[in-house]
Design a protein around this ligand. Structure first.
Ligand SMILES: [Zn+2]
Length: 273
């Protein structure tokens, strides 16, 4: 599943091909993805200039002066930039044409989304899918103090609090496991039992883990966006994620796995207290 780093790398990949360009067409090859495509989308975007791109959590934002196109990659979505005329494949459901190039969305499982938020409905942050989101983990608003204050009454395990996305967005399953390992915090620890010093470590670990993943993805951006590229995501080396039974890279003790709210959590019982 694409997480925040993949979405940010995707944004950086498509941005130079979209920003400042004028939409010359929209092709829909299905009635919709998770939700129906917005009615009249082609007419709404044709001839309009893309001002800039943005991202909020895992939502990619393509901004126009009359509104914002909100794109979510869902479970299996992928965007590529191709030359116009490239024949579509089976799961290519949405094309945004900009002159001689096309941004094409592939989404085999159709859990993704393409939505429209009109300018006269207010700021895009007020969209129903965006308004409840926590702060961005790579922006200044994210801090140890924020985590500390917002968890004083939360007895849920810290891993699940991170995943809920209402304090901080984009710390998905992989990055929550990895960040908790780096901070030395057991994923089962009730969030309200964690003090400021440990939240300082966790904040730094989350920022570093996400930034490193974005950097790694950025370095493979050409393969990632290539016409013949597989719609998969960049491979990374993990400390604990998906390493059950393998030796901890820090202490050699076997990595353990447990289920928390239907999701697998990976941790080192020795390094994480
Ligand atoms: Zn260890």
């Amino acid at each position: 599943m694409p997480e925040l780093p993949e979405v940010e790398v995707t944004r950086r990949g498509v941005a130079p091909h979209l920003e400042g360009r004028t939409v010359t067409g929209v092709t829909l090859r299905h009635t919709g993805l998770r939700w129906p495509f917005p009615e009249g989308l082609a007419q709404m975007l044709h001839g309009r200039r893309i001002l800039k791109t943005g991202r909020r959590g895992k939502y990619l934002l393509i901004m126009f002066d009359h509104g914002t196109l909100i794109v979510h990659l869902g479970m299996s979505g992928h965007l590529r930039i191709l030359q116009v005329g490239e024949p579509p494949q089976k799961h290519d459901h949405f094309d945004l044409l900009v002159g001689d190039q096309v941004m094409r969305m592939t989404d085999p499982r159709r859990f993704g989304a393409v939505l429209w938020h009109a300018h006269d409905e207010g700021a895009v942050d007020e969209h129903i899918l965006l308004r409840g989101l926590g702060v961005e983990p790579l922006e200044d608003a994210f801090s140890a103090l924020l985590l500390y204050r917002q968890t004083r009454k939360r007895s849920a395990p810290i891993k699940q609090v991170l995943l809920s996305g209402d304090i901080v967005v984009g710390v998905g399953n992989i990055y929550a496991s990895e960040s908790l390992f780096k901070a030395g915090i057991n994923p089962k620890t009730p969030a309200h039992r964690i003090g400021m010093a440990r939240y300082e470590k966790l904040t730094i670990a989350i920022r570093e883990t996400l930034a490193a993943a974005i950097e790694k993805g950025g370095s493979t951006l050409r393969d990632f966006m290539a016409a013949d590229g597989q719609p998969g995501y960049f491979q990374q080396t993990y400390f604990v994620y998906d390493r059950t039974g393998q030796p901890c890279r820090n202490c050699g003790v076997e990595i353990r796995q447990l289920k928390q709210g239907q999701r697998s959590t990976f941790y080192c019982p020795n390094c994480q207290k």
